[in-house]
Design a protein around this ligand. Sequence first.
Ligand code: AMP
Ligand code: GLY
Length: 452
Amino acid sequence: MVGPGGREHAMITSLLRDPHVSEVHAAPGNAGIAQDVPVHPLNAQDPEAVVALARELSADLVVVGPEAPLVAGVADALDAAGIPVFGPSREAARIEGSKSFAKEIMAAAGVPTARAVATSDMTQVREALELFGAPHVVKDDGLAAGKGVVVTQDRDRAEAHARECLDAGGSVVVEEFLDGPEVSLFVLSDGEHVVPLQPAQDFKRVRDGDEGPNTGGMGAYTPLDWLPEDFTREVVERVARPVVNELRRRGTPFTGVLYCGLALTPRGVQVIEFNARFGDPETQSVLAVLETPLGQLLLDAAQGRLSEDRPLEWAQGSSVTIVLAAHNYPGAPRKGDVISGLEDVSQDPDTWVIHAGTERDDAGHLVSAGGRVLAVVSRGADLREARERGYRGVGRITLDGSHYRTDIALAAAEGRVTVPASSKTAGPGSEDPGAVADPDGRTEPSTAEEQA
Ligand code: AMP
Ligand code: GLY
């Protein structure tokens, strides 16, 4: 397992439950991962170093967790060395690494998404802002570790963000605002076949009520009872399969997980973005209820053997993930704070802790080492029960200055999430300007500006 975070710890937790997986190693891992499996120091973005370690361990499969190593060509190097790898090539990972490339693929494949203008020219930026109107959406074209997107009512702020990106030598994508609840759907692909997991929802903003700046994700839950019944099938047929087909047609097949970030708008399902890897923290909840053994599934994807005919097995009930973040996150997080109380969380067998930014200090104490420090994952008969367990678990952890959202999955548990009328029945792209936006969705940016 290549990567250091919560998503990787969650995958390792699942792999260790798979009876066919004999051994798991992680590089570079974190303090929680190191409690579960051997870890190895590694620069995950150095393709040759990853290949060397995989050879040393005689790995049957390398799973690449985060996007940066994929964009750096780690999967290409493993593939060239004949080592099975779960994760796309550098070229296919551009679906995440370049927003304008993603738009190009979607246009070629007929996938519904926000209208957009990709440019490195300030005059064109202004024209596009004028064309689409407020709220404005301006995205850095390249990978920006979550800092690249500004959604704002403030025209000057939108222009300033575009100018910053252009001044740094990059280009931007200006696009229309998509209004409606967001859904993350992970779709496994072996380059040809596609197998969807269960949809999840992420909570991007740092504070309750979707207030404050965007983060990597403050919590998640699955399943989404409020979705239209054929949602997953529709996204597979209208979004994932056309994209996988288009990438294969171009000679750059996509192997790994295509993360479809979607908005359920009054015009139907629209793509907000693609990622070339699992989402964090949605993965923690999705894998908590996946009963199909993960190892074989990832190996099948890596080796072109995914079966679309064998449905995945899911546990009954719900899973909720609550992220505990460090003081000052999503700004520069304070590090080195001592963490305690984790043993108390696992008194409840349906609640456990996934480590993200943790390490051991010189004295051997568990300390914070990143913005998102831990995630408490819980399962329950329904969202209400899973939330109760999860929040009880979070309450047992002590980390000075830490914070978490108290409303993860709350609206869904109370039946308050609704889908814009036309998203329920009509296909993507269908027009229904009269539909009412969801009160729990992003009817408008919650504050004057949001940075993703
Ligand atoms: P991205 O990096 O593209 O995932 O964007 C980060 C977040 O910004 C998304 O999860 C959305 O909440 C928001 N966002 C991005 N694009 C749009 C859009 N066209 N309309 C509304 N919100 C958006
Ligand atoms: N949870 C959002 C992401 O992984 O990008």
